[in-house]
Design a protein. Structure first.
Length: 610
């Protein structure tokens, strides 16, 4: 029994003698864990304090760095962060519509998309890039160049893309390729009204015509919104910075139906006579509103391809009716004769000897194309006699003739706020104090003075009205504007009779007549001035109005450099007047006031004086 107890004690001592045991191996006393000799080593107190201080400093540095980054003290980092996850996108306003006087749309904005990319985020295979290039109608090399631009965090790939194409691109789910809603301009009438309406650029800003002249009214105000995305490209925040403000609609004085008639007739004449260009203007006699303004050659404002637009040239884009000037020739004779009548120097029935068809003024010979003998003042206008016109005006004070020309608007640009269009020219009318006798003589029959076709059309409203004129306007008016008296009412009425004679068989423009309506007007044929010299190139013109009994419209036509040996205004411009005036009168439902058919005796070749 004693032996067993001794062994048992020895075994227990061995168990308890392990480090951390309850008793020593020899004495059997219990020993605590903290009595381990390794734990009895004393460390210097400053080391723990130093460690704690270092940790505290590190924490302060982290706090300081965080404050530094968050407080905007590092704008470069914030900009890089914003560039990667934040975008400020312009939200275009809907541009106002442009309509004709009857509400027919001439220009409207239709939905489109802008396709853009973040080059550093784009992840696409070569096949996908090639497919994207085809869908955007871009050369593959150009698309790759744009996507390889690492210096830019945003790049447009294509503007004003059709929504269907944009949707197809979205289905490709290409990383880094995005689209934004925008608008593009659509012009339903195409080339017919191009010079009036104009066009916009890819930013939807007006570049020509009414689109440019009324940019602020039509454009409205662009909005913007801020978009924030996470690292997976998902939108996590979308805030409006400024909502867009849509533009206002604009109603023009143009009548789309008359505009089409004018463009068609003008184009046919230019092609028939192989002319360089031409223009036509139709005015409302009562209000001065421009019912039609056509130019040829023209252009299609719906063309959006930059390469095709680059082929447009100045001749195509020029609004000749407003921006080009020419010497009008005989179309100015009625104003000279009217000035002489107002001054008491001429009467309609007064006879003037024009034989032998030639007169010398200041050493220069002035001739009639066809010599005449005794002519009444009415016949001088009807037969377009240069000699007769000079004899009536040569003794008139130069100031009197100049005042008549200036009174109807020659030498003065139409006011932009009245016309509703910028770029209209003033023409050329020299001060009367500088006129020599020979200059006064040539100015009397239309040389030495230059006008635009719009100015010529407006001037003829003085005869269509009772000697007064009103401002012209491309915008639809709510009420007729105030007029300015230029000639006496009885003078204007006498001139209407003379101008009606000019389109009779004995006049220079029988081809201007219209079945069912009485017509009045005057032809013009003038050499062109190039490099200070008159050359064998001509401008044929005609200006007139209808119906004579109660004039409603004024129509002016200009054909520039007609070919084929026919260049007189009676041949190339008068027939265009007849087509346009007939269409306009029927469109406006003006009651006929003349014979059902013109006289069968219409001269095939009508020669007139310059």
């Amino acid at each position: 029994m004693k032996l067993l107890r001794a062994r048992s004690g020895a075994a227990g001592g061995e168990r308890n003698g392990r480090p951390g045991g309850g008793r020593g191996s020899r004495t059997g006393e219990r020993v605590g864990f903290n009595a381990n000799p390794l734990l009895a080593v004393k460390l210097p107190a400053w080391r723990s304090k130093a460690l704690l201080f270092a940790l505290f400093c590190a924490f302060l540095m982290l706090v300081g760095r965080s404050v530094y980054l968050q407080s905007g003290m590092s704008p470069g980092l914030q900009q890089r962060g914003d560039a990667r996850y934040s975008r400020t996108l312009d939200v275009p306003a809907t541009r106002g519509k442009v309509t004709d006087r009857n509400g027919v749309v001439l220009a409207a904005s239709v939905p489109a998309r802008a396709i853009w990319a973040i080059p550093e985020d784009v992840d696409a295979t070569p096949a996908q890039v090639a497919q994207l290039a085809r869908m955007l109608d871009l050369p593959a090399a150009e698309l790759k160049r744009r996507l390889a631009n690492d210096d830019r965090s945003f790049v447009y790939l294509r503007r004003q893309v059709e929504p269907a194409v944009a949707d197809a691109i979205a289905k490709m789910k290409l990383a880094g390729i995005h689209s934004t809603r925008e608008f593009k301009r659509f012009y339903p009438e195409g080339a017919a009204a191009a010079h009036v309406v104009g066009f916009t650029n890819v930013e939807d800003r007006g570049q020509e015509g009414i689109e440019l002249a009324n940019e602020r009214m039509l454009a409205g105000r662009t909005g913007s919104r801020r978009v924030i995305k996470d690292n997976l490209g998902r939108v996590v925040e979308d805030n409006w910075l400024r909502e867009p403000f849509d533009g206002r609609d604009l109603s023009l004085a143009i009548d789309n139906r008359i505009q089409y008639v004018a463009m068609t007739a003008l184009r046919q004449s230019i092609e028939q006579h192989n002319a360089k260009a031409g223009a036509a203007v139709v005015l409302d006699v009562h209000t001065g509103e421009v019912l039609a303004l056509a130019n040829w050659p023209s252009f299609d404002p719906n063309v959006r391809n930059d390469q095709r637009r680059a082929r447009w040239n100045l001749d195509t884009l020029r609004n000749r009716a407003i921006t080009d000037i020419f010497e009008p020739g005989s179309t100015l004779k009625p104003f000279s004769v009217a000035a002489a009548m107002d001054a008491g120097l001429a009467r309609p029935e007064q006879r003037v000897n024009t034989a032998p068809g030639r007169i010398v003024v200041g050493g220069r010979s002035i001739n009639d194309t066809h010599p005449h003998d005794m002519l009444t003042v009415e016949q001088i206008v009807a037969k377009s006699s240069n000699v007769g016109t000079v004899k009536l005006t040569i003794d008139m004070p130069a100031e009197r003739l100049w005042s008549a020309y200036a009174g109807v608007g020659f030498g003065q640009a139409p006011a932009a706020h009245e016309l509703g269009f910028s770029g209209a020219v003033a023409g050329r009318l020299r001060p009367y104090k500088a006129w020599r006798p020979v200059e006064q003589a040539t100015i009397a029959y239309g040389y030495g003075v230059s006008v635009s076709l719009l100015q010529l059309a407006r001037a003829y409203t003085a005869f269509a009205r009772d000697g007064d004129v009103v401002p012209v306007s491309l915008l639809k008016l709510d009420a007729p504007p105030a007029s300015v008296q230029v000639f006496k009412p009885e003078t204007a009425r006498a001139m209407r009779k003379m101008l009606e004679m000019a389109v009779s068989d004995e006049g220079t423009a029988p081809q201007a007549r219209i079945a069912g309506y009485r017509v009045a007007g005057k032809t013009g044929t003038a050499r062109k001035l190039k490099d200070g010299q008159y050359v064998n190139a001509y401008v044929g013109s005609f200006a007139g109005f209808a119906p004579v009994s109660d004039p409603r419209i004024v129509v002016a036509v200009m054909i520039d450099e007609p070919g084929g040996g026919r260049y007189y205004g009676g041949d190339v411009a008068a027939p265009v007047f007849a087509q346009i005036a007939a269409g306009a009168l029927r469109t406006l439902q003006v009651a006929p006031d003349g014979p059902a058919a013109p006289s069968p005796r219409i001269v095939a070749q009508v020669r007139e004086g310059m």
